[in-house]
Design a protein around this ligand. Structure first.
Ligand SMILES: *[C@@H]1O[C@H](CO)[C@@H](O)[C@H](O)[C@H]1NC(C)=O
Ligand SMILES: *[C@@H]1O[C@H](CO)[C@@H](O)[C@H](O)[C@H]1NC(C)=O
Ligand SMILES: *[C@@H]1O[C@H](CO)[C@@H](O)[C@H](O)[C@H]1NC(C)=O
Ligand SMILES: *[C@@H]1O[C@H](CO)[C@@H](O)[C@H](O)[C@H]1NC(C)=O
Ligand SMILES: *[C@@H]1O[C@H](CO)[C@@H](O)[C@H](O)[C@H]1NC(C)=O
Length: 420
């Protein structure tokens, strides 16, 4: 019989979620936590670790089974400023942040062709990605072991991709190399000093945090996440990060020098190589266009769950944008995040050093492509990405003077309000 307990459970959860939503809509004021949680009143004899949240309305507790965890997904593409946005969550003391866990899925399933255009590969990859994301949001880190090579023994591994980019994986209790002192490790130091990663401890740390945030550049568009957005077990908030494709192209050419070699040859010689792979550019624009169009069309399944963020807006006004982001996800801002922004968005040239780093003069970096790309390449990009440029409010330039004239901004003032 296929109508398994899972289906029954899912139905039960769905109905709880619907009830919960109904309750929330009836009371415009938000619920407060019980001031002094009383186990007899609030969690009716269940295992404390599985206890439902304690919600109070007019002082009367209501037991629901809905987790109060928020699950955040930063939907991005390479060189669009996603490390920067990731840090806005990584630095929050109540957020468990993972940097690109889907790397392992891609590496295991389609190691030879990460840029694959085969729909079969893409479907397999997306299905596996959704399963992994669902498990990770549930703090089931063991699930990831299926994709880590070599397979972890005794739930321990030293092969987790960019472990050092996750603060929680580099601090107590997961890593006690420095005791509980406040000193922040450099990413490389974390890997050196913390030893192998004990996934059991990481899992406990995840459960101890109020929220889970994951950054990925491996999901093309928000439509690919619909099953997760609609999953009643999750409370998913998608932050779609976009950036001017001309800036992305310039940044990738600098960073991935081999892969984008032909673009650099074009820039250096002024001649477009006949074998230039223009899909390296057009894929970005198509994915943005599809995804952002979906967001703009406001389908009911995305209500309250989608926010569009332009990297340039964040770079120009990090504190304000950060507040908007936290307002959207519904989590109080933490002073660590504010401090991190203050420390990392000042114009300090010496700190613009790390390949994937976020330490840089953010506002100046966001438009620096205008001094590095040739006008030919810019024109080519504007033609290939015309639609998405106008959709996102990035102005095109008609001459090389306008391109280099930085006092003429190419970023239209737009406010993309979250769809609430
Ligand atoms: C539940 O809380 C109410 C007041 O909030 C109190 O009067 C009552 O005794 C509590 N019930 C139990 C079983 O503790
Ligand atoms: C894994 O744990 C078992 C039992 O505790 C132990 O015998 C074994 O040596 C461990 N393996 C490794 C590679 O640490
Ligand atoms: C990982 O941490 C758990 C929980 O503290 C512990 O029981 C386990 O022995 C650790 N595993 C290894 C391989 O050290
Ligand atoms: C920010 O800088 C101040 C001093 O300039 C330092 O005390 C603090 O630890 C830094 N905070 C972060 C999060 O880096
Ligand atoms: C640069 O742009 C500004 C603002 O649009 C304009 O006033 C100025 O004339 C431009 N300078 C040049 C050299 O084109």
């Amino acid at each position: 019989m296929q109508c398994s307990w899972k289906a029954v459970l899912l139905l039960a959860l769905a109905s709880i979620a619907i009830q919960y939503t109904a309750i929330r809509t009836f009371t415009t004021k938000s619920f407060n936590m019980c001031p002094a949680p009383n186990p007899n009143n609030c969690s009716s004899g269940q295992d404390p670790t599985e206890a439902p949240d304690r919600l109070c309305e007019d002082g009367q507790p209501i037991a629901t089974n809905t987790s109060r965890k928020t699950h955040i997904l930063i939907l991005a593409t390479t060189r669009s400023g996603s490390s920067f946005v990731g840090q806005l969550f990584n630095q929050h003391s109540d957020v468990f942040y993972l940097f690109e866990p889907l790397y392992h899925v891609q590496y295991t399933l389609i190691p030879k062709s990460p840029q694959t255009k085969s729909t079969a590969d893409r479907r397999v990859m997306l299905g596996a990605s959704r399963d992994l994301l669902r498990s990770l949001y549930d703090c089931d880190l063991y699930f990831m072991e299926n994709y880590i090579k070599p397979q972890p023994v005794n739930h321990t591994t030293d092969r987790l991709f960019r472990r050092g980019a996750s603060k929680a994986l580099c601090s107590v209790p997961v890593c006690d190399a420095l005791g509980s002192s406040e000193i922040l490790l450099e990413e490389g130091d974390c890997v050196k000093k913390c030893g192998s990663l004990n996934l059991t401890l990481a899992m406990e740390s995840c459960k101890d945090h109020g929220h889970v945030a994951i950054k990925t550049v491996r999901v093309p568009e928000v439509n690919d996440l619909r099953a997760l957005v609609e999953d009643p077990r999750l409370n998913l908030k998608v932050i779609q990060l976009v950036r001017d494709p001309r800036g992305i192209l310039a940044s990738r050419s600098e960073t991935f020098r081999d892969t984008y070699r032909l673009w650099r040859i074009w820039r250096a010689t002024g001649r477009r190589p006949y074998n230039l792979d223009s899909t390296q550019l057009t894929t970005v624009c198509e994915d943005f266009l599809n995804s952002v169009s979906t967001g703009f069309s406001r389908p009911s399944w995305l209500k309250g769950r989608y926010m569009l963020l332009r990297y340039e807006d964040l770079a120009r006004n990090p504190m304000k944008k950060m507040e908007e982001i936290y307002d959207f996800v519904g989590i109080p801002v933490d002073s660590n995040v504010e401090r991190w922004i203050l420390n990392n968005t000042r114009g300090d040239q010496s700190s613009a050093r790390h390949k994937y780093g976020t330490l840089r003069n953010s506002a100046a970096m966001a438009e620096s492509w205008r001094l590095t790309l040739s006008y030919d390449i810019v024109e080519f990009t504007q033609n290939a990405c015309q639609q998405v440029l106008s959709q996102l409010g990035y102005k095109t330039v008609g001459s090389s003077q306008d391109l280099r004239n930085l006092s003429y901004s190419l970023i239209e003032e737009r406010s993309f309000m979250p769809f609430l």
